[in-house]
Design a binder for this molecule. Sequence first.
Ligand SMILES: NC(=O)c1ccc[n+]([C@@H]2O[C@H](COP(=O)([O-])OP(=O)(O)OC[C@H]3O[C@@H](n4cnc5c(N)ncnc54)[C@H](O)[C@@H]3O)[C@@H](O)[C@H]2O)c1
Length: 408
Amino acid sequence: MKRRYGANDRVRVAIIGCGGIGRHHYRQFSRFSEQCEVVAVCDVYRKQLDEFLRLIGRSDVQPYSDYRRILERNDIDAVVVATPDHWHARITIDACEAGKHVLCEKPASHNVAEGLAMVHAAREHKRVVAIGLQQRAGEHFQEAVEIVRSGKLGKITTVHCWNVENEAPEGIGNPPDSDPPPGLDWDFWLGPAPKRPYNPNRCIYHFRWFWDYAGGKVTDWGVHLIDIVLWAMGEHSPTEVCAYGGKFALQDNRETPDTIDCIWKFSNWTLVYTHRAANGYPLYGHGYGIMFFGTNGSLYVSRDRLEVYPEKERVPAYKRGGSPQSEPLTENFLAAIREGKPLIVDVLTGVRSTIVPLLGNIAYRVGRSIRWDAQRAQIVGDKEANALLARNWRAPWGIPKRYIKPIG
Ligand SMILES: NC(=O)c1ccc[n+]([C@@H]2O[C@H](COP(=O)([O-])OP(=O)(O)OC[C@H]3O[C@@H](n4cnc5c(N)ncnc54)[C@H](O)[C@@H]3O)[C@@H](O)[C@H]2O)c1
């Protein structure tokens, strides 16, 4: 059912997940108050919900602890999925089935099977489903992509992305397991992930460093950088992937590596992602970013700058600052719902960009190089690696099997 939006009709939005990025989304939607209104928010942790409501200072936004009650409301048009990664797919699929449009945070999903399912659910229910890879909405990232695609940098043979910092030695520390704090529905928070005792590091923000909920830095930050590379290079499926590293220095209870290098092989270029959490010496002068290496020049791009460095004066040097990213992404999501504008990061694009770092993590976890058959959405001849494409979803939070099939 397609709704028509008149000039005075506002898109009614609910935010699911009231943590750091949920609050950020509230601020973005508030900038477009003529086109939308946030009418409901949801969190399984009462403290997070209360803090969110206090920050926004509005009594007309209705709080929920179970997102399914939001999906039952006929007066809500769209939801923002701002929960940890392990919830993205199930909530997005439930929302599509309930007729809602979705802006789901990155990485699109916790594992490859869930990403495929999100694409098919969005297609089947004809919903607007965007992924929160906001860098694509930044004008200077678009300019970087144009430069790469123009051929001015010559033949690009390799691209390097990285995030380096020094959290040694304690990292996120080693708090003991305990009872969950009052007001946190820990069983609901775990959702499709295995049942286990509460640990503060597994919950707010630091869930990123545990395999049951996320994929460490490679999917947390790597996905943003890799997304831009795939867009610029015009390819989304690597053929081979290897990754090595380990948890070599940090003495905390994280599971994901503090040191990792992943390499993906594409048609005739390679992509490398480096993460160091135990040494912050900048690479090419920066703590994070993307470097494209061409025969005529190199291009650096990050959220706040774009620079071109010539090779043998074959291309002019160039420099500019950054540009807004979150605001135009939100604006585009609303225009897609109201006017049928194409999304800047639709679910297919976001899922493809998520699969690449997920494959990096799989290669790391099995400890050998893997071959990716994108057409079949399978790793070639490696049972152990293929098992990591999906998970054992804890009941009742499974993903309908009919959606789990290749996306081409
Ligand atoms: N696009 C970006 O730049 C960007 C930046 C930060 C985070 N993110 C992504 O946003 C997501 C959330 O990250 P965060 O840093 O805000 O985490 P966070 O821990 O601060 O917030 C997540 C919130 O979701 C709640 N939650 C968990 N399960 C829920 C459920 N089933 N229903 C409702 N609420 C639930 C938690 O209690 C918590 O309050 C992650 O996937 C992360 O990768 C994206």
